[in-house]
Write a protein that binds this ligand. Structure first.
Ligand SMILES: OC[C@@H]1[C@@H](O)[C@H](O)[C@@H](O)c2[nH]c(CCc3ccccc3)c[n+]21
Length: 470
């Protein structure tokens, strides 16, 4: 297993694998934050309104073949104009908080220079709508919609983009910092870098390993610089970053599996956890990628900047990675396998124990930094019944099972402070377009009608204190 130095080892008691039974909000600390999450490009629409400039996802989704059915975010679920109605939906669910993202192209249409006041005004109105309803705003500064002009200048592989991001963060802090006290700098730099510049599955759709590693570095550098900008302007803010983290398990215990686990754990988790929380790249993974890049883009003080003190780490959890050595041992190729467990519409295995495993691992290996589940949820093919209801029992089971795992992690000593269900409502699911529905509220994409699904009613009852079976 990887050689983690033991930082502040905690006695995380082992718990039974499955403890079915009753669960309620009371199984969590009273100050625990319960919310729902979305992101700008996935819900706002109005991509040419209010002075917004183009983002790499506007360009990417307009490129034939990149997104299922040629879907794009031009309309999405019209949150830009329906935000009051959507704030009412959240109030109806009884959430404490709402995690949304600010679209950089609305604040600075070209990615630099003076702010676009209409863009600032939209988020100011949104924040006021939330506060009026007693909902705490949690703002993600970057959830993948990089202004296209910055991509034209090199994008995240270019160091300058990190500096532009810090300037953008300062503008958001100036505009919203009087009312927004919870900030997440980046959503999932792993996706922005490795899906955007590595595999090309996401915007901007480049396939260049060296560029992907440079992008990962400059995303993390931008994170560190943005933390400084936020701290200077909003001294009472809680600041964090959100990482998509995966427990990685060997498919069997045969030859080479341990190294396959080490490699994938390294590239999925430690490549981001170590710089952000320890101020150093993991040495074993630096060796794994040496044939791709010598990391010459790393400047001396960068890792110190990246290792900016945080108030929390956001964790997005969806499923576990199960790996085995690839067909050609010694090449470092790794196969991702499945165990035949039930899967969601995304083909991701449902594995609530993986949530317990990743939360306890982060606390065991990286210390007592408070953790917040900034995303957890599932896509299933929902349909609106004749009576207008949406029965989604599998999503209820998914949420209940994962909340039970979260409660186990809390009992085991993990400093978990909050949970945001992904997602408030069905929306643009990136390369899958509108074909995949993650919402606890259904959206008819033709009429824009919102219908609270059974899972939304279940979550509202849970938040109201009802006990639930799972
Ligand atoms: O795919 C569901 C959600 C997205 O809608 C969110 O915008 C994004 O933050 C998010 N991250 C993950 C896990 C990483 C991932 C994202 C997209 C595709 C494949 C893996 C799942 N999700």
């Amino acid at each position: 297993m990887p050689d983690h130095q033991d930082l502040g080892h905690r006695d995380l008691q082992n718990q039974p694998d499955h403890d079915h039974g009753a669960l309620s909000r009371g199984d969590f600390p009273p100050e625990f934050t319960w919310g729902v999450a979305t992101s700008s490009y996935q819900i706002e629409g109005a991509t040419s309104e209010g002075g917004r400039g183009p983002s790499i996802w506007d360009t990417f989704s307009a490129t034939p073949g990149r997104v299922v059915d040629g879907d794009n975010g031009d309309v999405a679920v019209e949150h830009y104009r329906r935000y009051q109605q959507d704030a009412d939906l959240m109030a109806g669910l009884g959430v404490d908080a709402y995690r949304f993202s600010v679209a950089w192209p609305r604040i600075q249409p070209t990615g630099s220079g003076p702010v676009n006041q209409a863009g600032v005004d939209f988020y100011s109105r949104l924040v006021d709508a939330l506060l009026e309803r007693g909902i705490t705003p949690w703002a993600t500064l970057y959830h993948w919609d990089l202004p296209q002009p910055l991509e034209d200048l090199g994008g995240w592989p270019s160091r300058d983009t990190a500096y532009r991001f810090a300037e953008y963060a300062a503008h958001v802090a100036d505009a919203l910092g009087d009312r927004v006290k919870h900030f997440i700098t980046l959503n999932e730099p792993w996706c922005s870098a490795f899906l955007g510049y590595g595999s090309g599955r996401h915007a901007p759709g480049r396939s260049d390993g060296a560029a992907a590693l440079a992008a990962a570095h400059h995303l993390m550098l931008g994170h560190g610089l943005a933390v400084q900008a936020l701290r200077e302007r909003v001294p009472d803010a809680q600041v964090g970053i959100t990482l998509n983290l995966y427990p990685v398990t060997g498919a069997h215990d045969g030859h080479g599996v341990d190294d396959a686990v080490r490699r994938i754990d390294g590239l999925s988790n430690r490549w981001f956890l170590d710089p952000v929380l320890r101020g150093a790249y993991p040495k074993d993974v630096v060796e794994d990628v040496a044939h791709i890049s010598d990391l010459a883009f790393v400047a001396d003080a960068d890792l110190e900047t990246i290792n900016a003190p945080l108030d929390f780490l956001g964790v997005n959890y969806y499923t576990r990675h199960v790996v085995a050595p690839g067909a050609f041992p010694g090449t470092g190729l790794v196969e991702f396998t499945d165990r035949g467990l039930p899967t969601t519409a995304m083909g991701w295995e449902v594995d609530a124990d993986g949530l317990f495993d990743i939360l306890t691992r982060v606390t065991r290996d990286y210390g007592d930094l408070p953790l917040v589940m900034t995303e957890n949820g599932a896509a299933f093919d929902d349909e609106v019944g004749a009576d207008g209801t949406v029965h989604d029992p599998r999503r209820i089971d998914f949420l209940a099972g994962h909340l039970a795992a979260a409660a186990r992690a809390v009992r085991a000593g993990v400093p978990l402070r909050g949970y945001f269900a992904w997602s408030l409502m069905d929306n643009f699911e990136w390369a899958e377009g509108y074909a995949k529905r993650f919402g606890i509220v259904h959206v008819d994409f033709d009429t824009q009608e919102r219908t609270v699904k059974d899972s939304g009613r279940w979550y509202a009852a849970f938040l109201a204190g009802d006990r639930t079976q799972y």
